[in-house]
Write a protein that binds this ligand. Sequence first.
Ligand SMILES: [Zn+2]
Length: 388
Amino acid sequence: MPRQFLDYCAGQRDWLLDFIAALVAIESPSDDPIAVNRCGAELAARLSALGAEVTRLPPSTPGLPTVALAKAGDHLRASFGQGPRQILLLGHFDTVWPIGQLKTMPLKRENGRLYGPGIFDMKAGIALATLATRAVMAEDGLDQCQVVMLWTTDEEIGSTTSRALIEAEAQRSEAVLVFEPSLPGGGLKTSRKGVGQFEMRVRGVSAHAGLDPGKGISAVRELARQIIAIDDLQDPASGVTVTVGVIEGGTRANVVPAEARAIIDARAVTRADADRVERAMTALVPQIAGAQITVTGGFDRPPLERTAAVAGLFAAAQAVAKNLGLTLEEGSAGGGSDGNFTAALGVPTLDGFGAVGDGAHALHEHIEIDALVPRAAVIAGLIARLTA
Ligand SMILES: [Zn+2]
């Protein structure tokens, strides 16, 4: 069986490269819904042509009126096959690159690599998932278990309009394969840090720095002390990082500042550590008499933990690769993805099925062409195994 997938995917190599090029050619920055929907229309047409049932899902955030979401494009759901069971192939087609980036970063082939904005993160992953699904369909009617794809449009800006959809679809699924970029060399991601963002606002009392300094309460001074306290929440040994990335405060050098604020990034490997950081952040108290602080935010992406279910899914993928004479490694990533949401629900989730390459969000973003076919075959073998 796996050998057949390798042959099938090898025969579709040009089809795959054309699919990748077509998606990269239509730029799709997260915050430009018209552009994103143009890319989505191309993707939807290609999936429909393969026999998928494709639905456009308008962005939605529970509790927010749709009109507030005008800046997000439509997400796409595509299902192949029938049957009561389903597995989910998950990813996004928005990118971090603005319209016009193709001029400075044209789609080009060089030394066995294919370059272009969004190619690695993660348009090639969508094409790989599609080829793998085609390979399975060529062998099997998928009449017991559907392959459902969910391609979203706001992953790069926090997934606020897709999270509910992702979670609902994951809850109906036996497993979730995420097509974000692979680890260097092609490894899969069996753990990802959870990601949080906090904002601290400090209020003091303004005063003339020369005439009335005693009447002022410096918000900047209070914030400086808070930054030390926030920094102390780090625990590098257990992978907990807390970074005060942005600070702002004050108006003029001769005014005791009444306002200051900081934006803080926090990451943790386990839910327990994420909860601990969240509690500690909200428990911070002013250190200077009369100053006020408010902390908002939290972990919006829970950690993807290497649970037994995750390890089991990786073992299955590794066995498929071994059958094809390939090795498949696993590792962890410091960045979060939509896989963090599905894993936190307890649904077996494996991430990093996208292309082998490098340079996500960077000018040298590219994929390795020769790694595509074997990767598609491994994915096909795993899908066949999961849907059998
Ligand atoms: Zn991505």
